[in-house]
Ligand binder design. Structure first.
Ligand SMILES: Nc1ncnc2c1ncn2[C@@H]1O[C@H](COP(=O)(O)OP(=O)(O)O)[C@@H](O)[C@H]1O
Ligand SMILES: [Mg+2]
Length: 370
């Protein structure tokens, strides 16, 4: 049994007590290496994510190398979260503490567990959709608007999330709305992480098609922010229709054009993927609530476009940077939110993406719905 599964009842640094083990929801799609608990300190309740080093102790594994990789991954997530916390990003999960604990009766190495503590949420959006019967298109818009803001906020900090799938969006009560969580697979410009070199950093089942074909754009923005845009669109699809665009794209492709079969370039396979994408949108249309159908399909068409150069709102996409030229890799905080310049091109998650959602939410017909 891994040390991370044996924290119940332990007293941690800073006065936290591990009070309950939190089982993974049956529909969880999150990583399998972390173990989760409820922790309490005085009146405060926190959510603890513990990192098991169990894989490092499997037979035949180079234990020190794997431990080093896991520690680096932990440090990366902790540092990104600390940065976001310092910036007080309203739609990004807040890590309130972190540390390590030694589980009794295990060796110094095997018994060491690293953890992070977060503000306790009601659950992720998948859990919310399972337990609630009252989510409608306006609830979905509210989720999307908050995730859009959260991604916009981290993009301004030059952080790409790269795994914005349903299980990584948390619902908070007391009017706090929804927050983007799980920065384990994020990339931060100028701060190398081990997973940066993986073609697909996050969950393949929700990932944009170009990454599945190993097409990795050299620049941060199209490669990594492009991934976030796609995953935001895919989240919209999941919320409005239950459909995972990536899975549907693959199901509409001939086997010869599947990533495992295709030996050509992404550019060569792109026309087939665009055809598949048109079919996916056509299949989706009747499933989406008429109240938001047009806006949702427009958003999906832009956010999930298989051609990364066409992805995102037209006003946020690859324009020549003009007066901001020369700011390679810079983020212009003063001007536009989430505006990047890279090799003379601007890329951003356009505020209009959020505004269109906000407008829909304010529509009188929308207000009556939850
Ligand atoms: N602060 C929190 N409050 C309540 N539940 C949470 C919180 N953070 C994560 N969870 C739940 O735990 C799951 C796993 O957490 P996550 O940070 O995504 O780790 P992993 O890297 O294992 O996917 C999430 O999908 C969500 O259901
Ligand atoms: Mg997760």
């Amino acid at each position: 049994m891994s040390a991370a599964t044996r924290l119940l009842g332990l007293k941690l640094d800073n006065g936290w007590l591990v009070t309950k083990e939190l089982p993974r929801a049956a529909n969880a799609t999150g990583g399998t290496f972390s173990h989760t608990y409820e922790v309490r300190r005085n009146e405060k309740i926190g959510f603890l994510k513990a990192f098991a080093f169990a894989p490092a102790f499997m037979p035949g594994v180079d234990t020190p190398t794997v431990i080093q990789a896991m520690v680096e991954a932990y440090n990366h997530e902790r540092d990104v979260l600390a940065h976001c916390r310092d910036r007080r990003l309203s739609n990004v999960v807040v890590a309130i503490d972190h540390g390590s604990v030694q589980v009794p009766n295990l060796s110094q190495m095997e018994g060491r567990v690293f953890y992070m503590i977060f503000e306790m949420a009601e659950g992720d959006v998948r859990v919310q959709m399972d337990v609630s019967t009252s989510f409608g298109p306006v609830w979905c818009l509210r989720v999307l608007k908050d995730v859009c803001l959260g991604l916009n906020q981290v993009h301004r900090e030059m952080i790409a999330h790269q795994d914005a799938k349903p299980s990584n969006v948390l619902a908070y009560d007391r009017g706090q709305g929804f927050k983007v969580a799980d920065f384990g697979r994020s990339s931060r410009k100028g701060h190398a992480a081990r997973h940066d070199n993986l073609p697909v950093a996050g969950d393949r089942t929700y990932a944009p098609p170009e990454l599945l074909y190993g097409f990795v754009a050299p620049d941060f923005a199209p490669r990594r922010l492009g991934c976030d845009l796609y995953m935001l669109g895919n989240l919209a699809s999941f919320l409005f229709s239950g459909v995972n665009v990536t899975a549907q794209l693959l199901s509409h492709l001939d086997v010869q054009h599947h990533p495992q079969q295709w030996a050509g370039t992404y550019e060569q396979v792109l026309p087939y993927i665009q055809n598949a994408f048109t079919s996916v949108l056509a299949d989706l249309s009747p499933i989406v609530d008429p109240l938001v159908r047009q806006a949702a399909l427009n958003m999906l068409r832009e956010m999930c476009n298989p051609d990364v150069t066409l992805r995102g709102h037209p006003r946020g996409r690859g324009r020549s940077s003009g007066r901001r030229a020369g700011g390679d890799g810079r983020c212009d905080h003063a001007g536009h939110p989430a505006l990047w310049t890279e090799r003379g091109q601007e890329h951003r998650l356009h505020p209009k993406d959020c505004r269109a959602l906000l407008r829909l939410m304010a529509a009188p017909s929308g207000r009556q719905q939850r």
